[in-house]
Design a protein around this ligand. Structure first.
Ligand code: NDP
Length: 463
């Protein structure tokens, strides 16, 4: 046992930090953890969990409409935001309690205050005189919303504030078309808010397979979301009860709320890391090696603060790998291959592996894709479409990428991530028996290679 107060001191009680603290404590290590906001971190308190609950809430309106064709009827359909947000907050409080008790039950000392790094083994806590010492320090402080520097930027809210709305806004302008922008556009549209998305690029969700982006963009437009591409916000001004939003294309929007969903910045400001020799990247991220170790041997970092793959399950795995490496003498380098991910729009995206565009860079590929109406829509009459796509390496027959837009895409793709990791071939998919009737069966019955349309002679000039 070292002379330090703790074997491990964790800064930040989010997904990565709590996992590392609990596992180290279960190994008999003396562990302390500091959190300046609420135990649970972004995912639990103001991210994935409350967001997914809002997604559920936003889908019922259309589903209740669909139910009519299945014989259901009702009177007085109405939506009450305060009921939804109250119930979401109650669940967040419950989870906050679960996380807190997990730490308590495992003997982790909790400090609900800001912590900063003072030395390779020293942490200063804002609410006490004495610094605490630890053999290892784990920085797991996550990230915070980034805002563009434009006149009136102080009027932007981030997704954080959406969980505190007392009333649903009548209209909202969202800047940015990444995960958060698209998910909140979809949530608000489902709840009847007028939504405009302003995006500097040509298409939403940069980095995703283009077919997925096109499918979701079309579906969002059909649901009334005004997607303004190739433009940006130049200024935001207060205008009566709402805001006046000026765009680079000269247009001007008015909305009750203006939200920035323009990425997140690693939380390292004022943490004291550089002063003790920890190297930071341009955007403030902590630079770590494959074992999450910083430039200082006793200081490690996991999760969004390292800006690797900024997803909750990744932070949890990084926290686990850190404990195995440092306290179990089993060095564990992270593997970032085949991370499945979802965008919880309506319809939702599930995706794993390479996009068609990425695959074409280094492989000769075959593409299989299909698009169809889900069975329930044949009765409900809703104009929804499912889209599925497989990217196959011509040389090895391995499935390099699997993509879907449609109901339960996240659930389906989570399971599909397993065969992709195992190196499944298209022949393995074809040999797998279909489960009928389901949507997922299409992934094992795709036979027809997709051929790009042959250009019609002379059409270039006309285009
Ligand atoms: P993203 O990086 O996904 O998207 C940011 C968006 O803002 C992009 O459209 C980007 O445009 C645009 N943008 C960035 N800077 C500016 C600027 N200065 N002016 C105008 N537009 C700008 O970030 P998000 O905020 O949506 O999400 C943050 C992270 O949270 C994600 O990367 C993801 O890791 C995580 N997350 C995951 C979820 C999930 O798994 N379902 C859900 C929510 C969040 P461009 O494309 O041109 O760069």
């Amino acid at each position: 046992m070292s002379d330090h107060d703790y074997d491990l001191f964790v800064i930040g009680a989010g997904s990565g930090g709590v996992r590392a603290a609990r596992l180290a404590a279960q190994l008999g290590k003396r562990v302390g953890i500091a959190e300046e906001y609420r135990v649970g971190g972004t995912c639990v308190i103001r991210g994935c969990v409350p967001k997914k609950l809002l997604v559920y809430g936003s889908r019922y309106g259309a589903e209740i409409e669909d139910a009519k064709a299945f014989g259901w009827s009702y009177d007085n359909l109405a939506f009450d935001w305060s009921t939804l947000i109250h119930n979401v907050q109650r669940e967040v409080d419950r989870l906050n309690g679960v996380y807190t008790r997990t730490l308590e039950n495992n003997g982790v000392d909790r400090f609900l205050t800001r912590a900063t790094v003072e030395g390779p083994h020293s942490v200063r806590l804002a609410d006490r005189e004495e610094a605490v010492s630890a053999e290892y320090i784990l920085v797991a402080t996550g990230s915070a919303p980034a805002f563009p520097s434009i006149p009136g930027a102080e009027h932007f809210i981030s997704s954080n504030e959406c969980f505190k709305f007392e009333a649903l806004p009548q209209s909202i302008v969202i800047l940015g078309a990444g995960y958060i922008g698209m998910e909140f556009a979809s949530i608000f549209a489902g709840l009847g808010v007028e939504v405009t998305v302003v995006h500097r690029g040509e298409q939403i969700l940069r980095g995703f397979d283009k077919d997925l982006c096109d499918t979701v963009a079309e579906a969002l437009r059909d649901r009334g979301v005004d997607l303004r591409m190739c433009t940006n916000i130049t200024s935001v001004e207060k205008d009566g009860d709402g805001y006046r939003v000026a765009l680079t294309d000269g247009d001007c929007l008015h909305a009750s709320k203006v939200m920035a969903a323009t990425g997140r910045t690693p939380n390292t400001k004022g943490l004291g890391l550089e002063a003790v020799g920890v190297e930071l990247g341009n955007n403030g991220k902590v630079i770590v090696d494959a074992y999450s170790r910083t430039a200082v041997d006793s200081i490690y970092a996991v999760g969004d603060v390292t800006d690797r793959a900024n997803l909750t399950p990744v932070a949890i795995r990084e926290g686990t790998a850190f404990v195995e490496t440092v306290f179990e003498d089993r060095p564990k380098a992270m593997d970032y291959g085949f991370i499945p991910t979802a965008v919880f729009t309506e319809p939702e995206i599930g995706t794993v592996g390479l996009t068609e565009e990425e695959a074409r860079e280094n492989h000769a590929i075959d593409v299989y894709k299909t698009s169809f109406r889900p069975m329930r829509a044949t009765i409900s009459g809703r104009g929804e479409q499912v889209f599925m796509k497989l990217i196959v390496d011509v040389e090895t027959d391995k499935v390099l990428g699997l993509h879907m837009v449609g109901p339960d895409a996240a659930e389906i793709v989570q399971m599909a991530a397993i065969p992709l990791r195992l190196g499944a071939t298209k022949a393995d998919f074809d040999a797998t028996m279909a489960l009928h009737p389901s949507m997922a069966e299409e992934f094992v019955t795709l036979r027809q290679k997709w051929e790009p349309p042959t250009p019609i002679k002379g059409s270039d000039a006309a285009a």
